[in-house]
Design a protein around this ligand. Structure first.
Ligand SMILES: C[S@@+](CC[C@H](N)C(=O)[O-])C[C@H]1O[C@@H](n2cnc3c(N)ncnc32)[C@H](O)[C@@H]1O
Length: 215
C-alpha cells in the first residue's frame, strides 16, 4: 500500500486521475489478483505500473529481467516498452500461483515476448550469460544486496536496475532495526549509494523505487 493510499486517499485518487489509463487487461488482472490471492497488496498496481510502462517506453529495452513475477502485473507494464523483437524474462518460485500470470501472459499482445520461468532468482543470476538493459527487482528483500551484486554484472552500461519497496513503509528511518528485511533494504540503499559505478535516486512513489543507472 502506498503512503498516500494509507494517509491521504484524496491525493491517491488525484494521482490516479492524472495518470494514463490502465489497459483493460491490467484492470482485469488487478481485480483477479485481489479476488484470488492472499497478499494482493504485493501487486505493483496502477500508479507504479504506469511509471514502469513509461520508463520502459523511454528506454525501449531489448532485454528485460524481472525478479518476482507474482501475478504478472509489472511484467505486462514493462513489456509495453519493449523494442520490436525484444523480450522480458520474469522469475518466480511460487508454483501454486503460476496459473494466474500464465493465463494473462497468454492473452496479452506480448505473449511471444514473455519468458516466464519458475526459478529461484539467485540460481538464474548465477548461471545466465545474458546482458540486460533493464532489471526490475521486486522479490525477497533479504536477498536484495545479493541481487545487486549479481545483477550489476548482467546490466549493460547505461542500463537501469530498479528495486521496489526500498522505503519499507518508512522503516528505513529506524536507526537499529530489528527486522531482518529492514536491515537488508537499508544495506541495499547504502551499498548502491556508495558504488561509484552507478548513479541513483529513490523515488518516493508508493513504497519507494530505487532507480539505479550503470555509468
Ligand atoms: C512483491 S511480489 C512481486 C510483485 C510483482 N512484481 C508485481 O508488480 O505485481 C514478490 C514475488 O517474489 C517472489 N519471490 C520470492 N523469492 C523469490 C526468489 N528467490 N526468486 C524469484 N522470485 C521470488 C514471490 O513468490 C512473489 O511472488
Amino acid at each position: 500500500m502506498s503512503f498516500f493510499e494509507e494517509h491521504c486517499p484524496e491525493m491517491d485518487r488525484y494521482l490516479e486521475d492524472h495518470a494514463s489509463a490502465e489497459p483493460e487487461i491490467l484492470r482485469k488482472l488487478r481485480r483477479e489478483t485481489f479476488r484470488k490471492t492472499t497478499q494482493p497488496h504485493m501487486i505493483s498496481g496502477y500508479q507504479q505500473g504506469r511509471l514502469l510502462a513509461v520508463l520502459s517506453k523511454m528506454m525501449q529495452p531489448r532485454n528485460i529481467l524481472e525478479i518476482g513475477t507474482f501475478t504478472g502485473y509489472a511484467t505486462l507494464c514493462l513489456a509495453e516498452g519493449l523494442a520490436a523483437g525484444g523480450k522480458i524474462t520474469t522469475l518466480d518460485v511460487n508454483e501454486e500461483l503460476a496459473y494466474l500470470p500464465k493465463k494473462y501472459f497468454e492473452q496479452s499482445e506480448f505473449a511471444a515476448q514473455i519468458d516466464f520461468k519458475l526459478m529461484d532468482a539467485r540460481k538464474f543470476l548465477g548461471k545466465t550469460q545474458e546482458i540486460f538493459d533493464l532489471i526490475f527487482i521486486d522479490a525477497d528483500k533479504e536477498n536484495y544486496v545479493e541481487y545487486f551484486a549479481l545483477g550489476k554484472d548482467k546490466l549493460r552500461r547505461g542500463g537501469v536496475m530498479i528495486f521496489d519497496n526500498v522505503l519499507w513503509y518508512g522503516k528505513v528511518l529506524e536507526d537499529n532495526p530489528k527486522q531482518k528485511s529492514t536491515q537488508c533494504i537499508k544495506a541495499l540503499n547504502d551499498t548502491v549509494t556508495a558504488d561509484e559505478n552507478f548513479e541513483n535516486v529513490i523515488l518516493p512513489l508508493r513504497d519507494g523505487l530505487h532507480l539505479i543507472r550503470k555509468i
